[in-house]
Design a binder for this molecule. Structure first.
Ligand SMILES: Cc1ncc(COP(=O)(O)O)c(C=O)c1O
Length: 438
């Protein structure tokens, strides 16, 4: 390659020629277990001929049809979502090409909705301090991810922010029993200090993805957040780009708690990595208000691309037929228990956490005080590099401020013996890297 790409960074390349199940194969024949499922995307595993056949057929039918028109694959995706996946309350769907675009659309839907119901002063969106919602200007700005905003801070739009629940590092004390109330009240206070009449929406991941490293909020957090959004007329947008479509052992991450969103955002697992596709799903109340106001929900050229919809329908059907959500649950328990057993006495372990096959390990210099390793030691990068040499790909989490969080998100079809290899390689990598630190 003579030309450098921002995507395929010079000097940092791993060159993959094929993949099968949970394994990648490099050009020179090395096998790498994909413990990250790509970027926590691949849920049904690589190399499914059925999905390839569906994409082939959709491509033969036509190359491209404008997003608002119906095609067989769009219709079948809507049918499968309707029949098996979405809650009854979310009757409206809008498809994009990925997570960032979907979150951008979700924010616009919330703003449109507030305008449509006669609340034009509600223009503020509240995000959280540890989060990732995408790479467009608005979604990057809304993300609590300093590392991904470096160099852009001055130009990014300003949004409001509340602290993300972080039970390990809760200011009341680690895993404090009032942590749920504490963090939920911070949202109430923020809405009141901004003035509820100015707040359109609150956006959050039900379980914080790789920015925090699979942080599961306190048990009562989401119920309280739902109540607060209802009390103040704030639209609740749940970003399930990472947690959606089975990843956490439920169809959607929010279903671990008795709540429902106003807008649900999906991406990654929707098409399992076989095609670029994102989805935004909203309640009838929101859809109808926007429709009656005559606002345009603009599509992107490649949103709902027919071949991507074909891939997604097949992926979602395979997940159903093979009971893969249950696999995510049981394999996730196996992975988290094995990590816990192997690391519980480790002097650098802060926490093993997660739900289903979205898991993470946070490492620290001092386990008692939770003092972090200095950023310049790049502990996570070193662990990932060491893992790759041993044939396992881990995913680096954290935001710069939050760091040394190594994430795991393999395909739901991963075997127990592959999980054993993932855990053993991880523990060896941590030991080698920590032992070699200055
Ligand atoms: C929770 C969450 N939201 C949004 C995004 C952005 O999605 P995409 O990279 O497909 O634009 C990501 C990507 O990692 C994510 O994890």
């Amino acid at each position: 390659m003579t030309r450098a790409s921002w995507n395929f960074l010079r000097g940092n390349n791993v060159s993959i020629s094929r993949a099968e199940g949970a394994c990648l194969f490099t050009e020179d024949g090395q096998e790498i277990i994909d413990a990250a499922g790509g970027a926590i995307v691949c849920n049904i595993g690589h190399g499914r001929a059925r999905v390839a056949d569906a994409v082939r057929q959709a491509t033969l039918d036509f190359s491209y049809i404008v997003p608002p028109w119906v095609t067989p694959s769009r219709k079948s995706l809507i049918d499968v979502l309707d029949k098996r996946w979405l809650p009854e309350s979310l009757t409206r769907a809008h498809f994009t090409s990925g997570g960032s675009e979907s979150n951008e659309s979700a924010i616009k839907l919330a703003l449109h909705y507030q305008q449509a119901i006669g609340q034009p002063s509600r223009t503020k969106i509240i995000g959280r301090s540890i989060s990732y919602h995408g790479t467009t200007m608005a979604t990057a700005a809304l993300s609590g991810h300093p590392k991904r905003k470096r160099g852009l801070e001055a130009a990014l739009p300003r949004y409001c922010e509340v602290p993300s629940p972080y039970p390990l590092r809760c200011p009341l004390g680690s895993f404090h029993r009032d942590a749920g109330t504490y963090y939920a009240n911070l949202l109430r206070e923020e809405i009141e200090s901004q003035g509820a009449e100015t707040v359109a929406a609150f956006i959050a991941e039900p379980i914080t993805g790789t920015s925090g490293g699979a942080i599961v909020p306190p048990e009562d957090y989401w119920l309280k957040i739902r109540e607060i959004c209802d009390d103040y007329g704030v639209v609740l947008i749940l970003d399930e780009v990472m947690t959606g479509f089975g990843r956490t052992g439920k169809k959607f991450g929010y279903q671990h708690w008795p709540i429902e969103p106003d807008i649900l955002v999906g991406g990654k697992g929707l098409a399992g990595g076989y095609a670029p596709l994102g989805g935004v799903f909203a309640t009838e109340k929101i859809g109808e208000a926007i429709e009656q106001a005559g606002f345009q929900v603009m599509f992107t050229t490649f949103g709902a691309h027919p071949s991507a919809c074909a891939a997604a329908s097949e992926v979602l059907e395979i997940m159903y037929e093979e009971d893969l959500i249950d696999h995510a649950k049981t394999k996730g328990e196996y992975l988290i228990n094995r990590l816990q057993d192997s690391l519980s006495q480790h002097p650098n372990l802060a926490e093993v956490r997660g739900k289903g096959l979205l898991a993470a390990v946070e490492l620290v210099r001092d386990r008692e005080t939770l003092e972090q390793f200095p950023e310049e030691l790049a502990v996570t990068d070193k662990i990932i590099g060491r893992g790759l040499k041993e044939g396992v790909f881990f995913y680096g989490g954290g935001t710069g401020t939050i760091r040394d969080v190594v994430c795991f998100g393999p395909p739901f079809t991963v075997s127990e013996s592959q999980l054993d290899r993932i855990v053993d390689t991880f523990v060896n990598s941590v030991n080698d890297v920590v032992d070699a630190l200055p």
